[in-house]
Ligand binder design. Structure first.
Ligand code: DC
Length: 221
């Protein structure tokens, strides 16, 4: 079974995807971690983020390893575990430059399909998983939420990790990423066979219960 979860940053989709994968005992593929890992390599190599050819060179040269467990995707860049480091605001600020480079997207989409083939059954999360990468998935979800709710969630997460950041900075970062990201998942909204969930006023428990119920209905068919 393949389940895709797409949507904007802060919509709760990462937590939801992880918890859903754990409940269903399936591997969890965090595709955002792949874009973040390239951004990390771009940052640490001091590559000019405006230079698309240079960004692609970094993406092609880097050795990216992914280990998809049921509650996490561990990521290694050139042998170093960067699973934590890729969550920083600095990496988040570089990631949209990586994500809007079509040649890098093509590279990572291929990689995701290869991983998908190896895994067989899995929960995958990103922006284009249901639209581009696995359009034939058994169940496709979009999780959305208002900007303010998303900014507050993200701010809480970052400050819990001792990152010094204001809510305004988080809001600006989300808005900048929305401009790039929405192109990937917005087509799903009108596709008809995708379930869209607005999580603005939902607890994570409600979201998970909803996802589990929807998946059970699909597998019972
Ligand atoms: O989900 P996230 O915040 O970890 O994603 C990091 C960035 O990567 C974000 O700017 C969106 C982008 N991304 C993407 O373009 N396509 C994906 N499948 C996953 C993430």
């Amino acid at each position: 079974m393949i389940i895709t979860i797409d949507g904007p940053a802060g919509s709760g989709k990462s937590t939801a995807a992880r918890k859903l994968a754990a409940r269903l005992e399936l591997p969890y593929l965090d595709t955002g971690a792949m874009y973040r890992a390239i951004a990390y390599a771009v940052m640490t190599s001091n590559t000019d983020v405006e230079d698309e050819a240079a960004l692609l060179r970094v993406a092609e040269d880097v050795e990216l390893q992914l280990d998809c467990g049921p509650t996490f995707t561990r990521v290694r860049v050139d042998g170093h575990d960067v699973s934590e480091a890729i969550r920083s605001m600095d990496v988040s600020a570089v990631t949209p430059y990586v994500a809007r480079c079509q040649a890098i997207r093509d590279l990572l989409v291929n990689r995701q399909r290869q991983l998908g083939q190896q895994l067989g059954s899995f929960v995958t999360e990103g922006r284009d998983q249901g639209s581009v990468v696995f359009p034939g998935a058994d169940k496709r979800f979009v999780l959305d939420a208002g900007l303010e709710a998303r900014a507050q969630r993200r701010h809480q997460e970052l400050t819990a990790d001792a990152e010094e950041v204001t809510i305004e900075q988080v809001r600006e970062n989300l808005q900048a990423r929305d401009d790039v990201d929405s192109k990937q998942w917005e087509p799903l909204l009108t596709s008809g066979t995708v379930e869209v969930i607005d999580t603005t006023n939902m607890s994570i428990h409600n979201v998970i219960d909803h996802l589990v119920a929807a998946v059970s209905k699909t597998s019972a068919k």
